[in-house]
Design a protein around this ligand. Structure first.
Ligand code: GLU
Length: 322
């Protein structure tokens, strides 16, 4: 039986709330990412806090400088002004490698398993489960998890991809929108690849380190990242970084046919030519009290004053007719 860690008690108000928006520039902002930006901005500003902007561009093959520039322009057009300097994760590889070399080192191991080998392993598992006509869903879940073939192989860490051991422990955290969550990172994520063979750093590793180093206290982000949260809590703990005290996972914006709005689904980029109408629409989508059409600055000031996440509580999907 895995050991159990009780969910933290609701933390008492931190001295200064720090939130952030952390887009990956693999495309332009769409309605889904805009609502995440807007909600995290209004929420942290309603607490009198600081709102940081971090560009999560570690995956240089998928990210594009053009997209990061457009994201900044779109946020500015909507008066979503961030505090301090923008951080670009592509410029911080040395920091992540330093963490892998020191506090996280005992948990890392090199892995030479190819995608093909792992798929063959998982297919065999699935077949086995079919033969036994039981535990199919368990076998499907296993698809996400690395079977630890290389854990004790002692391979050269500089020559292969690097995995990080995830604890086989239930971790609980209070989520201000999705209620109390319990996850076992070994079950949900498994030993994740934290550095690929080409040196690319995994985004949850980078996000965990940066959230800790930037002193982020409040994380409000999309529900699609929720399965990774206990892994992030584990990484931050192992890296001896300050814990995030408040988590909020926002419902996903979906087409009314149920399909999630995402870059993969070629969601339309936002059009900021009429920023006030766009803000009004995004606030409606977030089920916020109506704001008067005005300049984006004044609309945001009103939205911050009125901010209330209660209507979102327990919701996993917000539908848009597009
Ligand atoms: N970079 C992630 C994304 O664009 C968000 C990660 C996070 O907010 O922790 O989906």
């Amino acid at each position: 039986m895995p050991s159990t860690v009780a969910p933290p008690k609701k933390a008492s108000s931190p001295a200064h709330p720090i939130g952030r928006f952390a887009p990956s520039p693999t495309g332009e902002l769409h309605l889904g990412s805009l609502t995440t930006a807007l909600a995290s901005y209004c929420h942290i500003k309603s607490l009198g806090g600081t709102w940081l902007l971090r560009i999560e561009d570690t995956d240089t093959a998928r990210c594009d400088r053009q997209f990061s520039e457009q994201i900044l322009l779109d946020l500015e057009a909507l008066a979503l002004f961030w505090d301090g300097d923008v951080i670009y994760q592509s410029e911080r590889t040395d920091i992540y490698n330093d963490y892998l070399a020191d506090p996280l080192q005992p948990l890392t191991y090199a892995c030479s398993c190819s995608r093909k080998q792992l798929n063959a392993y998982w297919d065999a598992q699935k077949q086995q489960a079919n033969i036994q006509a039981s535990g199919l869903s368990q076998a499907l879940d296993n698809r996400q998890r690395y079977p630890r073939c290389c854990l004790n192989a002692g391979l050269d860490k500089t020559a292969h991809k690097l995995r990080l051991q995830m604890p086989d422990t239930l971790i609980g955290f209070a989520d201000g929108i999705q209620d109390n969550c319990w996850q076992n990172p070994q079950q949900t994520v498994g030993d994740m690849v934290v550095r690929r063979e080409d040196g690319i750093i995994n985004y949850i590793l980078a996000a965990s380190i940066d959230d800790g180093l930037q002193g982020v206290t409040h994380i409000m982000r999309g529900l699609d990242i929720l399965p990774m949260t206990s892994a992030q809590i584990s990484v931050m703990h192992a890296a001896r970084l300050p814990a995030v005290s408040h988590w909020y996972h926002l419902p996903l914006i979906c087409h009314d046919n149920g399909q999630k709005l995402s870059k993969q689904n070629l969601a339309q980029p936002i059009d900021t030519r009429d920023p006030s109408r766009l803000l009004q629409y995004a606030l409606q989508l977030l089920q916020q009290p109506a704001v008067d059409i005005d300049t984006p600055e004044r609309m945001l000031a009103q939205a911050v004053q009125q901010w209330c996440q209660t209507p979102l509580i327990g919701q996993q999907v917000l539908n848009v007719a597009i």
